[in-house]
Design a protein around this ligand. Sequence first.
Ligand SMILES: [Zn+2]
Ligand SMILES: [Zn+2]
Ligand SMILES: [Zn+2]
Length: 474
Amino acid sequence: MAVDNPHTEVNGRPTVEARDPEGSGEEEAQDDSANQASASSSKKKKSNKKKKKSSSSSAANDHPTSSIDSSLTMPSGIEQHYFDPVKGKGLLATRDFAEGETVFTDSAFVSAPPMAQAKKVAGGELCNACFQPVDGAGVGRNTGCKGKDCQAVWCNRECESRGRTAHHNVLCKGNNPAIVPFVNFMSTHPFLSLHSVARLYARILLCHSPTPPESLIKPSRPATVEETLGHTSAFASISELVRRKRNPGWEVEKQAFELTFKEALKLLKEGMDPYDEARIARGEQGGIRGKGKWTVNPDFPRDVAQQLFGWEGFMRSLGRANLNMESQGSLYCIHSHLNHSCAPNLSTQHPPSQRGIRQATKLKLMANKPIKAGEELLITYQDPSQSVTRRNLLLWREHIFGPCECPRCEKEMGELDEEERERLKRFEMTSEDKEEVKLRRKQAETLQKEGEKRAAGEKDLRGLEEELRETLGF
Ligand SMILES: [Zn+2]
Ligand SMILES: [Zn+2]
Ligand SMILES: [Zn+2]
């Protein structure tokens, strides 16, 4: 499988999260013209293919693991294929495709609003399900959530039903008041991966509810917890801590990262864990009660809750989101199988809706050259205009694989001089990285100091902290 990676490499910044806020800023706003949906495969951020069989071996902990999702119905013309334990899974063409032909389309399994749009989604300008502007959806068609303090709106009843059953019934401040601190935390900590994890968790919980989301396997039937966990575990995953270790500057960021994400997990548990102590004390019996009715039925599988809301499970969920999120922030079951090449044969678009607006939650994969039956389908996880050394460094750091063995890399590596080739093998820091480390060290120190002052009861420095966080990227 491909570990997609979320980060378009923009300016050589090492962390993925660093690009959450920025990365989405650089994506065109959804209300931009449809033609922006351009094909650039470079937008994609998928990653690699290393997956080993899910196992608990220690080697597996350092490499992404993934598996074939045999429950999925594949579009005609493509099939899943397991290569080997190192390369893992991928997609093959089962017939010829002409250049320009659509090879398949995919809809988001879990969507999260591009960070540039998150405030507008929360504030009721954009649909909470498809992230398109609601005001063009047609007079009288919009619907809005009536929950207290909730400004969610949808294009129409269909978007509302899809959004509520997939995530909103749990993430609604009105329906689930315990989620308010977490939702507020997300609005001040714009991490795309955190949004993605929250929506995935909500989806899993809602499968055990009176209002489950629709099954991907049998449309119009309710999805089960088991089915949803099956799709989830097929995605390449790795602990976010393992990913981050590869970033220059991690040792200076580590402490602040852990503080921030421990707080996030605490709030997430309080808002969502059916077995959170406070919930059990309120008599919620392993479920989540909203407005007198069950939002998540009692007796949600306890082992699943423990897994999701434990630190390790949470880190793995964040790592999975970061490896697999497409550039606009969603996770796709089929698209996530695609492996990387620096000279890919597919390009990716967000196709326009009937209103002519690019859809952040849909993908169209097109052949950018003639493809023969039996060929592997490939996209690029990194901006292909970068140098071979830069591409390989980022693939190694963000997608946890490499060196890339595509024909283009083979050729370009052959043209490097000895010293450059050696460096490529060792993935040494570039001078740019060293600058970055200095900057981060300084910022982390300031952040740390301010945190200590605040703990000592000094004035609220949240504004400064946020500013720093934004620069720091987490
Ligand atoms: Zn909508
Ligand atoms: Zn609501
Ligand atoms: Zn390559």
